[in-house]
Ligand binder design. Structure first.
Ligand SMILES: Nc1ncnc2c1ncn2[C@@H]1O[C@H](COP(=O)(O)OP(=O)(O)OP(=O)(O)O)[C@@H](O)[C@H]1O
Ligand SMILES: [Mg+2]
Length: 226
């Protein structure tokens, strides 16, 4: 086994990196029966803390469907090396870029990835941050291509709300030559609560809102072949 390494990533905070990572990991573990792990490199440890909360309050007697491990950025390489043969899919949850961690840690983490999914929130594109991130991702792609490694990235519209802003956001990303998902994720409560134990696909509204995106994710990221 040789794990596919993925990250739902952006420099910006609050775009849904952790939330989508949890939704996808849970669906892949419970629906696709993949061996999944989330490596939480965010010092805020939102994914790790969410799991701890669920385990304590919601599913006290249940074994989680996959592990979530907090990893310091400097331990990431060792962790990936160890886990690559054990898992089908490794998600790296990355922090937002603050002055304290800058782009270098993000660049290192994403260089380990086979593919990156960029959540885009309309009205929060803030040109420079997003443009800078696209440049960073392209740099990684060029670097990996030179070494003979494949690396792909896609954008997906998250928290879809008012129409004109959404179209502008998609047009902006396409202008930058970022391949965009045809499906998007709406701004709804059903998507805001990621369960790391139970797939959103088991719930009627969640399934309606998530399933089309999930299908496209399976096609584009091909974890089937992992
Ligand atoms: N499609 C959606 N609909 C409604 N709420 C959403 C959606 N996606 C994410 N959220 C909510 O938006 C908030 C931010 O999401 P999340 O914590 O995943 O962002 P993040 O990019 O990981 O942020 P950070 O940079 O702080 O780690 C959370 O409260 C989450 O539940
Ligand atoms: Mg996060």
């Amino acid at each position: 086994m040789h794990a596919t390494i993925l990250s739902i990533a952006h420099r910006k905070g609050g775009v849904g990196k952790t939330c989508l990572t949890l939704h996808l990991a849970t669906a892949l573990a419970t629906r696709q029966h993949k061996k999944v792990i989330i490596l939480d490199t965010d010092s805020q440890q939102s994914a790790t803390q969410y799991r701890a909360y669920e385990q304590q309050h919601l599913y006290p007697n249940q074994a989680p469907p996959y592990p979530i491990e907090a990893v310091r950025p400097e331990q990431l390489y060792e962790q990936i090396k160890q886990k690559r043969t054990e898992y089908d899919i490794i998600f790296i949850d990355v922090p937002r870029v603050t002055e304290a961690n800058e782009d270098s840690q993000l660049t290192i983490a994403l260089t380990y990835c086979d593919a990156v999914l960029i959540p885009v929130v309309a009205g929060e594109l803030e040109g420079l941050s997003t443009l800078g991130f696209i440049k960073l991702i392209r740099g990684i792609q060029t670097y990996k291509a030179k070494k003979g490694y494949h690396f792909s990235y896609h954008g997906v519209l998250n928290k879809r709300n008012r129409r004109s802003e959404n179209d502008q956001a998609i047009a902006f990303m396409k202008q930058q030559d970022v391949p965009m998902f045809e499906t998007s994720l709406s701004d709804v409560k059903a998507l805001s609560k990621p369960h790391s134990f139970e797939s959103i696909l088991n719930h009627k509204e969640g399934n309606q809102r998530f399933a089309p995106f999930y299908e496209e994710f399976l096609q584009k990221f091909q974890p089937e072949n992992a």
